[in-house]
Write a protein that binds this ligand. Sequence first.
Ligand SMILES: Cc1cc2nc3c(=O)[nH]c(=O)nc-3n(C[C@H](O)[C@H](O)[C@H](O)COP(=O)(O)OP(=O)(O)OC[C@H]3O[C@@H](n4cnc5c(N)ncnc54)[C@H](O)[C@@H]3O)c2cc1C
Length: 464
Amino acid sequence: MNGFVNGGVSFWYAYDGLPAVREPLAGDTTADVVIVGGGYTGLWTAYYLKKADPALRVLVLEQRFCGYGASGRNGGWLYNGIAGRDRYAALHGHDAAVRLQKAMNDTVDEVVRVVEEEGFDADIHQGGVLEVARTPAQLARLKDFHAHELSYGERDRELYGARETAERVRVAGAVGSTWTPHGARVHPVKLVKGLAAAVEALGVGIHESTPVTAILAGRAVTPYGTVRAPYVLRCTEGFTAALKGERRTWLPMNSSMIATEPLSERQWAAVGWEGREALGDMAHAYMYAQRTADGRIALGGRGVPYRFGSRTDHDGRTQRETVAALREILVGFFPALAGVRVAHAWSGVLGVPRDWCATVTLERGSGLGWAGGYVGSGVATANLAGRTLCDLVRLDSGAAGHTGLTRLPWVGHQVRKWEPEPLRWLGVQGMYATYRTADRRETRTHSAGSSRLARIADRVAGRH
Ligand SMILES: Cc1cc2nc3c(=O)[nH]c(=O)nc-3n(C[C@H](O)[C@H](O)[C@H](O)COP(=O)(O)OP(=O)(O)OC[C@H]3O[C@@H](n4cnc5c(N)ncnc54)[C@H](O)[C@@H]3O)c2cc1C
């Protein structure tokens, strides 16, 4: 790969190119379940439905190709975080949230198990997740975060000082870190491609280049025909705002990434990172990174967070300032990489509900279902959502009873919509500008307390 690539959907497509597109829907038809969206959520749902009942007629309708959205663009942190857990604890009690957390811990293993069973390669390395602190305020937050995670039953999480952190990854200025084994690095596109092939092999029909223009009880409408089905499941995450009636449901937030050229052995010796942990930090405008299977660093953070009017992206093209800002984070973390070349930059959209809580729902009566609002933690959560949507469909149709999954506290959660424009745009722009200022202030002052600014931004955004 010569030169710098901007967009092209994502770096993860750089080797094999974008996939050949499957046939679009050929006309009106019927199914038992129709799924809108061929990302992890839609595909996992199809997978578990077919595994549970091979006779079910399941169709997936995808506007471009499977993995076009965040599932083909993410940072490849397959980990146990779920957006909204603390709120679910407040709403349904601590024990219910502990069950949710336990289900998420198990989900990481479930994804690894299925990938092995289906026999495809997704460059999985189960090295856990390491989150580092680089300022006194970040260290205080890290310690609180560590204790908080233990309170949800994570017995195997560890807290490291500066020296132990450096033994794992030599991040400049790192004063401590927290590590959980419940995480793995994956190649996002290998995962979504392998999963789509596995789903197809089970007998699910996948139609690509097939945008759904209306989702109604009992049918999904496309320019090529209408699919009638008792269950219509919306798995469109960051693209949801483009659907009629859903403009203010989940705010499409951008996240951007860069991938470096492959590092030399000398550069890796300076960085360490033998354990290939998913790597993050405790800044308000946090970063996330992985050591890729082909020896690069892929690193992400907030780009231009949100486009006015909930507009989504153009095949991942990323603004020059965002690329420069991410490169600056990379070199700040690893000064030995000051001369390293950025090979690729891209962006994608996440779905953010007004209360920042992921949900999975099947409406009784209408047969309409949906899952998403994962914010930045959807790689594993989409698998839990898929299994749960499967169980909810089987419960509703009388094929099965309640399961442990249908009783988890995120099932059926409702939240109010986002404010109309321009308030929404102003609010999100303001929130991210505030996070950046809070990070700068914490670095400059070496204060151990989290900046009050960040706490205000959290409140304005509805995060607490
Ligand atoms: C840059 C970036 C980095 C991220 N990093 C991580 C990470 O490291 N770890 C983590 O846990 N999470 C991460 N996430 C979030 C994670 O990738 C997502 O939460 C997850 O992939 C969501 O899967 P999904 O199937 O619900 O949505 P998507 O993958 O977005 O899939 C939705 C699909 O629906 C299709 N679609 C939309 N509208 C229609 C329509 N009208 N008709 C037909 N099809 C339609 C889209 O084309 C798309 O393929 C990241 C996200 C981004 C953008």
